[in-house]
Design a protein. Structure first.
Length: 243
């Protein structure tokens, strides 16, 4: 879910460290796949998804393994808040009726959190929506003036701030979304409990390997935290009308 091209080699190295600890895991990540097809595929081994489609579409087709605790401001364990960006310093409620840049209608950070913060849980957006396809494109839309506000995944924003500082430095943080679990790492539904435990241990051990400290810093990963589906189900309260 953070497939920025400059980060892919680091993710590949991290996954090699994970897979070297579990001999039945594939040794390489797959990048050129349709993630929505992957999340529902019977061939799914391990992937990262978004918390909203997890509870609305995939709760019966995947097994939640956990989430990364990110190296970003405002993170608490494996939880964080989306960041609302705009070109003017106003309260989130003042953007009711504004043009919003949104990466996807299934995005917890980009859409559900925006609705809950500006209008309240379960509300509809009162203004126009510019669907962008990615958090980076949403930041660009606000920067270029084709939208007035966007809600951005906090880890995505930290990477964007590092990779494309001019885009972010011209914008203003006007609020934050509700605190939610970070993006879930999931496995295929067929994985058995002992295999899930193996993968959880490998994800944590690799993240905590001191020889990979620089790599983890590049990926903004502090550690891996085991979680279950029950940790994500309370997200339904953010948009009860949409479940």
């Amino acid at each position: 879910m953070y497939p920025f091209q400059p980060l892919r080699a680091s993710y590949d190295r991290y996954w090699q460290a994970v897979s070297s600890r579990v001999d039945w895991l594939p040794s390489h990540l797959e990048w050129d796949v349709d993630v929505h097809d992957l999340w529902t595929s019977g061939d799914l081994v391990v992937a990262q998804t978004c918390g909203w489609p997890l509870i609305t579409e995939f709760r019966d087709t995947v097994t939640v393994l956990g989430a990364f605790s990110p190296l970003i401001a405002d993170a608490v364990g494996a939880t964080y808040r989306s960041v609302l960006l705009a070109t003017s310093d106003r309260r989130p409620a003042d953007f009711a009726g504004a043009v919003a840049a949104v990466n996807s209608s299934s995005s917890l950070s980009g859409w559900i959190s925006l609705l809950a913060t500006v209008h309240g849980p379960g509300a509809a957006w009162e203004g126009d929506v510019h669907w962008t396809g990615s958090h980076l494109a949403s930041v660009r839309a606000v920067h270029d003036g084709s939208a007035e506000i966007a809600s951005i995944d906090a880890v995505s924003l930290a990477h964007i701030r590092h990779l494309y500082p001019d885009l972010v430095n011209a914008l203003t943080v006007v609020g934050h979304g509700p605190r939610v679990p970070c993006l879930p790492i999931v496995a295929g539904r067929a994985i058995d409990p002992s295999e899930a435990a193996e993968v959880r241990t490998a994800l944590a051990d690799a993240a905590n390997d001191p020889t990979l400290d620089e790599l983890m810093a590049d990926l903004l990963i502090s550690t891996f935290v085991p979680l279950d589906l029950d940790d994500y189900l309370p997200l339904a309260k953010l948009a009860p009308a949409k479940i």
